[in-house]
Design a protein around this ligand. Structure first.
Ligand code: PBG
Length: 312
């Protein structure tokens, strides 16, 4: 009876798998703070994409981890057509075609030696407008490589508009934008920074949002829609369900939530200690995010959860 009258259902197609691919390794490298998640080789990434299709997951969001020696101040590996993210996009596209929505993280932080999401000015501060020029180049190379959707995650002002223009001017009118609309400066990104081998010293407080602010997210939302966002995202998910609910109420485009690395790590760590029922906790977090208004959820549990949901 509970199943019959449930108001909220999570479906495998609601789920998007974030995945990491690392250059120059010949076997997957486990990420310590995210048990069960790895940095993929090009080959194992292909397999992971096929697994995701088979499980009924609808999308994959790719993050590239370059060799350390290829990081520089401008993050040039992020715009090299032969950079790790671009080759991985081509691999996955040739492997699964249109069976999975292939999404690409559009940000410089994995490719810069200082670890920031943009390029720096002479005083060492992130230069918003110079960064936008780099994002325009990234948009083109990622779309050329076969991404269906770009996810600008750097939180620069004007990034959605610049990416939309770059796509339209290079014949990629059909490539969509999933805007990281409300991205908070969060302590829960910790494990992700290990996952991408981040070089960041300091924090991203000058461009990511203050957890105390909700109205600011609605303002970011209006700007992103105006600039051409096709879908919008709230990130992190669990601690920001109120933001998610407000965003979902306010728009008529699909809304995503990103259940981030720290949210994943907390459940896995508590489960490892025997303090929590892992499988129930996972589905409960996803149900809560869906109930708050998400149409789609980026989650590192995507494949496992999709399989579990298919059996219910
Ligand atoms: C930045 C980016 C971050 C995440 C995705 N893209 C983190 C950051 O701002 O350092 C976090 C994802 C996660 O924690 O799972 N390109």
């Amino acid at each position: 009876m509970r199943r019959m009258v449930a108001e909220t259902r999570v479906h495998p197609a609601d789920l998007i798998l974030p995945a990491f691919v690392r250059e120059g390794i010949d076997a997957p490298v486990p990420i310590e703070a995210m048990p069960g998640v790895v940095q993929h080789t090009r080959e194992t990434l292909r397999k992971a994409a096929v697994e995701a299709v088979e499980a009924g997951v609808s999308g994959i969001m790719l993050f590239g981890v370059p060799e350390d020696a290829k990081k520089d101040a401008a993050g040039t590996a992020g715009t090299d057509p032969d950079g790790i993210l671009q080759v991985a996009l081509r691999d996955v596209r040739s492997e699964v075609g249109d069976d999975l929505v292939i999404m690409s993280d559009l940000c410089l932080d994995e490719f810069t030696d200082h670890g920031h999401c943009g390029v720096l000015d002479a005083d060492g501060r992130v230069d918003n407008d110079a960064t936008l020029e780099r994002y325009a180049e990234m948009a083109q190379v990622q779309a050329d490589a076969g991404a269906h959707v770009l996810g600008p995650s750097g939180m620069m002002d004007g990034q959605v508009g610049v990416v939309r223009d770059a796509l339209d001017q290079t014949g990629h009118e059909d490539v969509s934008i999933l805007a990281y609309t409300a991205k908070y400066s969060s302590a829960f990104y910790g494990p992700f920074r290990e996952a991408v081998g981040s070089s960041l010293q300091g924090d991203r407080k000058t461009y990511q949002q203050d957890p105390a602010n909700l109205r600011e997210s609605l303002r970011e939302l209006a700007l992103d829609l105006e600039e051409g966002a096709d879908m919008v995202m709230v990130k992190p998910a669990g601690p920001y369900l109120d933001v998610l609910a407000r965003v979902a109420d306010a728009v008529d485009v699909p809304v995503s939530a990103y259940q981030i690395s720290g949210e994943y790590a907390m459940v896995e760590a508590a489960a490892e200690k025997g303090w929590i029922d892992r499988d129930k906790a996972i589905l409960e977090t996803l149900t809560g995010i869906k109930r708050a208004g998400a149409d789609t959820i980026l989650t590192y549990w995507a494949v496992e959860a999709a399989r579990a949901l298919a059996l219910r």
